[in-house]
Design a protein around this ligand. Structure first.
Ligand code: PLP
Length: 409
């Protein structure tokens, strides 16, 4: 049979027949067994599996405490509560992230303030943070985009200078390291997410790690309605049944079913990260000679867990925009994605009055990026298909007169 080599979007044969997603969970029989064991046991929620998962996460990242939540967004909300973010407080965060990194500030009545990102790391630029500090600033929420740790030394020194707390959104960065130290043990509080596309999964789930006992206690109360049983043991309470609500919390608990899955997943995390790193390296080698894309780098002090592999198109070298290239790749059956529309460009934030053009780097990057598939169970031939598809599509849209390959000097 003759193959038609034109782009699938113009009726040619796609590079592959089966759609390759951009990310997905990896579960094995041990994970399934761990869940079944809980289902056959006594506790479906607030049982021992939750504490044991929390201990597993705390030990893995080298933090004193971990408090697990129903999802990462709830965990961020808890961190804003524990950090004392309230009405009118300003919190500086990155625009180049999922909405939850800023929404958690709104939940507490605070105001997210967006500091633009670095044009090469896509992480918040500490220089811009300092410019935005006012008397109302209470906290910084840096986001470790794609798994690459933010510039934590610079961020922490700004935090110390102005007495701010740092809540690190490390939804992408479980297993990442900054100057050799695990993400999760560095900032005042760090959030990880366990959504199925993230580094490990519990279906839905999230956690805050911290070394601070006061935050730890507040997080635990917030997760369960602001209720405690502990103080009444010291006070003259009504009786052994007694509990009391001391603050306005939520029901943000994770179940034992989820926690058991999480504990089983932690055992595979090192293997997952190694596979992600190998795949990322293979992508980078495959794209090194392509003049039309800027591929993501790992920076000297930062070890990345590689949650995402995001390429950036050099549009001035291409006769198409990002949308056309994105659609062409999808038709080749490559599950590309885009991370992220700058948070303040969402209609809800626009209504709140954030102007367009607020963070030019983030807006520029948004116009140019495409996320390629990357997940631990991706096979070498899957990666090969993605590379073939990117080369095919880029070759088609390459501006006439530009050389196919230019070796970087
Ligand atoms: C996934 C994610 C979250 C939220 O986590 P959920 O568990 O989905 O609630 C927050 N921030 C970033 C950057 C994320 O990618």
């Amino acid at each position: 049979m003759e193959t038609n080599n034109s782009l699938a979007i113009y009726g040619g044969d796609p590079v592959r027949n089966q759609y390759l997603p951009y990310g997905r969970q990896y579960l094995d029989d041990d994970d399934i067994q761990a869940v079944v064991n809980v289902l056959r046991g006594d506790y479906l929620t607030t049982g021992p599996a939750v504490e044991s998962f929390e201990k597993g996460i705390a030990d893995y990242v080298g933090a004193k405490y971990a408090v697990a939540f129903a999802n990462g967004t709830a965990a961020l909300h808890g961190a804003c509560f524990a950090g004392g973010i309230g009405q009118g407080d300003e919190v500086i965060t990155s625009p180049f992230t999922f909405a939850a990194s800023a929404n958690c500030v709104l939940y507490q009545g605070g105001k997210p303030v967006f500091a633009d990102v670095h044009p090469e790391t896509y992480n918040i630029n500490p220089y811009f943070i300092e410019e935005l500090i006012t008397e109302k600033t209470k906290a910084i929420i840096p986001v470790d985009f794609a798994g690459l740790p933010s510039d934590l030394d610079a961020i922490n020194s700004i935090a110390q200078k102005y007495n701010l707390i740092v809540i690190e959104d490390a939804a992408h960065a479980l297993g990442s390291k900054y100057k050799g130290q695990s993400v999760g043990s560095i900032s005042d509080m760090t959030m990880f997410s366990f959504h199925p596309v993230k580094l490990i999964t519990t279906g839905e789930g999230g956690v805050i790690t911290t070394n601070n006992e006061e935050y730890y206690q507040k997080l635990r109360q917030f997760r369960t309605h602001g209720i405690t049983k502990e103080l009444c043991l010291l006070n003259n309470c009504h009786g052994p049944w007694y509990y009391e609500m001391q603050s306005l919390g939520y029901n943000y608990r994770i179940t034992d079913v989820q926690a058991a899955l999480g504990s089983s997943q932690i055992k595979k995390l090192e293997t997952f990260i190694q596979r992600r790193r190998d795949l990322a390296k293979a992508y980078t080698q495959a794209f090194a000679d392509m003049n039309e894309i800027f591929y993501p780098r790992e920076w000297p002090r930062a070890f990345s867990a590689w949650h995402l592999y995001v390429i950036r198109l050099k549009l001035e070298r291409l006769a198409a925009n990002r949308k056309e290239i994105f659609l062409a790749l999808q038709k080749e059956n490559i599950g590309v994605n885009v991370h992220y529309l700058p948070v303040y460009l969402h209609p809800y934030y626009q209504q709140l009055g954030y102007p367009k053009g607020l963070c030019p780097n983030a807006e520029n990057i948004y116009e140019q990026v495409i996320t390629l598939p990357l997940f631990p169970s991706m096979l070498n031939h899957d990666l090969y298909d993605v590379v073939q598809a990117v080369r095919k599509v880029i070759a088609y849209y390459r501006k006439k007169g530009d050389k196919e390959c230019v070796t970087e000097s």
